[in-house]
Design a binder for this molecule. Structure first.
Ligand code: HXC
Length: 260
């Protein structure tokens, strides 16, 4: 399917989604949201696809935020009545059960940083810059940034970034735990696709369960999270891939996965 504001392609079991408004530094307007919702739904529904990568087109930006020109036209009633930003959480962050990676190739500011943090993990180019500069526009994060950034990097750094709008470079972001890994700019997409292919080669139901377990750590207390983990583990032991995976190890061969 083709979209107005994003590009999509599949390479074997990996879907690549590219934000494609380079003239606006890939700013996230309503059309981008609609296109991303459809592309993620398509990825989720296609059994041949097992991991996705989201990146930005051009050399400069992953996404420089929600579209300021679009937001400038709206008043408080518009934001409230549209429940502006709610669908980012329900249809992008929460609806996708398969793993996906944000490959951050430049600016990830405001909504752009928040979108990257909706991914299961972030791989960053050494030129990436992260920030929550909304305060400079008289607003604040609205797509989960105050919560996800704080959980990722802790209160002090999150507070400083939200209150000053300061950008954080890739190395600082890695040290702070916001990104999984920093790679040279020119190798980012190759590395992200390679990492996604590794994940796509895993038993896919186990990948979904691993994702669900780690995400539970953000939503539950420790005792509940550990109980949830144990139950999911026990469910996985009934899978065909568990029998195959353990047999393959014992027989010293590669596993052949069914995804169930
Ligand atoms: C709309 C944007 C945009 C944005 C950049 N552009 N960011 N358009 N919304 N968020 C547009 C510019 O207007 C410009 O268009 C073109 O992209 C290139 O940007 P420049 O500013 O000329 O580039 P540069 O000088 O290199 O500066 C890069 C930048 C700067 C530092 C990233 O663009 C910037 O500060 N952008 C805004 C970042 C931001 O505040 N993001 C948070 C948004 S609020 P023209 O037509 O002039 O060429 C948000 C939270 C939402 O995301 C939740 C709260 C309600």
């Amino acid at each position: 399917m083709s979209y107005e504001t994003i590009l999509t392609e599949t390479r074997d079991a990996v879907t690549l989604i590219t934000l494609n408004r380079p003239q606006a530094l890939n700013a996230l307007n309503g059309q981008v949201l609609e296109d991303l919702i459809s592309a993620f739904a398509e990825f989720e529904a296609d059994d041949s696809q097992r991991c996705a990568v989201l990146t930005g087109s051009g050399d400069k930006a992953f996404a420089a935020g929600a579209d300021i020109k679009e937001m400038a036209e709206k008043d408080a009633a518009d934001f409230y009545l549209e429940d502006f930003f709610a669908r980012w959480t329900s249809h992008v962050a929460e609806a996708v059960r398969k793993p996906w990676i944000a490959a951050v190739n430049g600016f990830a500011l405001g909504g752009g940083c928040e979108l990257a943090m909706m991914a299961d993990f972030i791989l960053a180019s050494d030129q990436a810059k992260f920030g929550q500069p909304e305060i400079k526009l008289g607003v604040a994060p609205g797509m989960g940034g105050s919560q996800r950034l704080t959980r990722a990097v802790g209160k002090s750094k999150a507070m400083e970034m939200c209150l000053t709008g300061r950008m954080m470079g890739a190395d600082e972001a890695e040290r702070a735990g916001l990104v999984a890994r920093v790679v040279p700019h020119d190798e980012l997409l190759t590395e992200a696709m390679k990492t996604a292919a590794t994940i796509a080669g895993m038993p896919s139901m186990a990948a979904m369960v691993n994702k669900e377990m780690v995400n539970a750590a953000f939503e539950t207390d420790l005792a509940q999270g550990i109980r949830h983990e144990r139950r999911l583990f026990q469910i996985l032991t009934a899978s065909e891939d568990k029998a195959e995976g353990m047999a393959a190890f014992i027989e010293k061969r590669e596993g052949k996965w069914k995804g169930r």
